[in-house]
Structures are given as C-alpha cells and as structure tokens.
Design a protein around this ligand. Structure first.
Ligand SMILES: [Zn+2]
Ligand SMILES: [Zn+2]
Length: 401
C-alpha cells in the first residue's frame, strides 16, 4: 500500500474542488499501482492519509455499492444454462465514462483503472463465489453483459464444439443440409415442402442426437473437405467438428449419442470429443491427401497391361484442371494444378475397372478420370484413348496429420 499512498500524497487533491468520491472510485485512481488490494481498500487508506471528505459519489453515483445486487441479477440470468467457465462484461453509461476521463485529466491520475474493468472483476468475484465456477476471460463458455443503468443482463452463450471422424455409408447424401434451390429453404412443390434438396445429410444425422442432448438452438458441421453427394466416405472417416449454437447443456452422454448415430445405418462416427473454436479453421484448412476407390467403365475396353502402364506414367504428372463443368455455375472458372500421388488397378472385368487412387487435396478426381471434355489435362481417358465413365466413387482415407 506504500506505493499507493506515496502516489496519493503527490496528487493535487485541490483540483477535486467540491466533487466527492466513494472509496472505490477514489482507490481506482491508483488501481494499477500496488497488487493485492481492492480499489475500495486503496480508497479507504487514501482517505485516512489525506483526510478527503466523504459524500455522494460524483463519478459513479452509487454504482460501486451495487456489485452484490448486480451479481444476483447475473446469477438468475445464467440459471437456465449449464457452463463451467464464464466472463462478465458491462456497458458503462457514457456520461459516467466521460466524467471519469475528466477526473483523470484534472488530477493527472498516476495509474487509474477504468470503472468498466472494476465492475467486470468485482461482479465476477461474487458470481464466482455464488456459483463455484471460475471466470475465464479468454475462452468463456458464457458471457453475461451487465447494463447497470437499466439493471439488464444480456447473456451470450458460446458454442459447444465436438470433434470426431464420420463415415458416410450411403450415396446420395450431402455432408451438410442443402437448401432447396428453388425455394431457398422455405418449402415448395419441388422439395415436397421440406425446403431441402436431399431428405437428410451427414450433419443432420449427427446433430440430431447431439441437439437432443444439448438443447442447442442451431448447428453447423465443419469438415476437413467434403465428398461428392454420390460418393461414400469409408475407411477411418473424415475429420469434422460439430458446432452447437447456444447449448443449454454441455455435459452430454457422448458415448450414448455416438451409439445412436451409429444405429442410423447411414452415418457412423468414431467418437465425439470436446473441441474448441480455435480448432475449426486449422481443420478446414488442412490440405490432406485422399485415397479413393473408383469404379469405371471404358469404351472401348483397354487391356490391363496398357491400363497399368498408363496409370504409372500419370502418377506425379502435373494436372491442370479447369473448374469442372458440373460446378462451374457456382465456382469461379479458374485452373487448378494438382497431382495424383499413386494409382493402382484393383480389378478388371471386361469394360469394368476398379482403381485405388491417392490424390492431393482439392484434386477433381472424377475429371482426372474422364477428362471433362478436355477441361482436365492430362486425364486417364485422354491417355488411354478411350471414354472413361465413373460409375462409383468412394473416399477410403483422408490422410490428415
Ligand atoms: Zn463511486
Ligand atoms: Zn423447395
């Protein structure tokens, strides 16, 4: 406290004129000096030392005496939500903030702390005691923003994130909910009133179980890339993070949810593990290579030996891919450069061939097979001198780190 008192002694208190301050507002003028004291305790010591007179607080007009009441208000507002960590925010009346600035400059305050910081901390202490939960300023699960002028508390509930790998066992299902193109989700004749292009999606199957458990308001699925609607996702599955917005509950029976998802028969997940917001962008940006099973038909059929030598020559050869015909209506018409990392023949029967192909992230694999009318070069079809029609495509592995 010595540091605080010595700073107080060299302050020009006469410049306060007839303005009186409460202990907290007095101590807060030195709030960044000395550790381990409340501003109120600083203020009490300064008043003893300087003999400054007491009176109604010109600055906060009684706000610093209301922390317990405000904390009670916060506790009531947080009741419907389950959380382990929280933060307090506040809206300070602009007139109070303006008076604070004036006071700092009039007195030449040495290490003042803004009222807002004190409100957030002191209310946070009381809430923490009441709820036996820790404040967490960097990654709070829930934030209560107090508006003391109106005794109002806004609650901001941060999302719950769950991570896993999914397998998609059927064709004809998108990764995420796909709104109907005609009605944009409102419901029309084309979509049978569902507002969707497809009855369900990987996201909806996974989210249904988690939403039931968490009581969330909405959800989003962030995948490490996505497979075509008509491709299955097999093997170890594709990494994803499910984001649940405004969950009422966070301690979920995750193994139970996994078991129910896996009982769907169309989507399986290996696990659901708690994740953080910070993991979403790295997951989405991961440039993982993928391994595919490709079933195709050749016209005319090509001998196996020629097929093998052609594939061998194509491995690691730079491919230039103009945005495919099938997606150019929704993506920019540009040219991508990718490579196929390995390609093997797994079976030949007449005009039918099964391949295993590993390609760099972002390769349009179907187009690499059939050539897309010359938009992808080189292609297997071009090199074989035969039309190649992709009959089935499955993703067998996502080679993430
Ligand atoms: Zn005050
Ligand atoms: Zn529709």
């Amino acid at each position: 406290m010595d540091e605080v008192l010595s700073a107080a002694r060299s302050t020009h208190w006469s410049r306060l004129n007839d303005r009186t301050l409460c202990d907290s507002c007095l101590g807060r003028l030195f709030g960044k000096i000395g550790h381990g004291y409340t501003n109120e305790a600083r203020g009490r010591s300064i008043r003893r030392e300087t003999g400054l007179q007491e009176g109604p607080c010109w600055l906060c007009v009684g706000l610093t005496a209301r922390y317990t009441d405000l904390a009670d208000l916060v506790v009531r507002k947080l009741e419907p939500w389950e959380f382990d960590s929280f933060a307090i925010g506040s809206k300070i009346d602009p007139e109070i903030a303006a008076r604070e600035e004036v006071l700092w400059s009039d007195l030449g305050a040495a290490g003042p702390e803004p009222l807002k910081a004190e409100v957030n901390r002191e209310v946070g202490k009381v809430v923490s005691d009441r709820l036996r939960k820790e404040p967490d300023l960097t990654h709070p699960e829930i934030v209560a923003v107090i508006d003391p002028a109106f005794d109002h508390v806004d609650v901001q509930v941060n999302p719950l994130y769950l991570r896993g790998r999914y397998r998609k066992l059927v064709r004809g299902m998108p990764q995420t909910r796909w709104p109907c193109r005609r009605c944009m989700g409102k419901g029309c004749d084309r979509c049978g009133g569902t507002g969707k292009m497809y009855p369900t999606s990987v996201e909806e199957v996974i989210a249904a179980e988690v939403m039931r458990e968490s009581g969330g308001r909405a959800h989003a699925l962030h995948g490490m890339g996505r497979e075509d609607v008509d491709a299955r996702m097999l093997g170890r599955g594709r990494p994803f993070i499910l984001e649940v917005k405004e969950p009422h509950r966070r301690h979920l029976d995750l193994p139970g949810a996994v078991a129910r998802i896996n009982a769907s028969g169309i989507v399986e997940v290996d696990a659901l593990v708690p994740a953080t917001a910070g993991e979403v962008v790295p997951l989405k940006e991961d440039r993982a290579a993928k391994t595919y099973r490709i079933a195709l038909r050749m016209a005319p059929p090509v001998e196996e030996a020629k097929l093998k030598s052609t594939l061998l020559a194509l491995v690691l050869e730079p491919i230039a891919q103009r945005t495919p015909e099938r997606v150019v209506h929704r993506r920019a018409d540009t040219i991508r450069h990718r490579r196929v990392l390995s390609a093997d023949v797994r079976g030949v029967e007449g005009d039918r061939v099964e391949l295993r192909v590993t390609a760099e992230a972002g390769t349009y694999v179907k187009e690499w097979v059939h050539g897309d009318g010359g938009r992808t070069r080189p292609s297997l079809a071009e090199r074989l001198g035969a039309a190649c029609e992709v009959l089935e495509l499955d993703v067998l592995d996502v080679h993430d780190g």
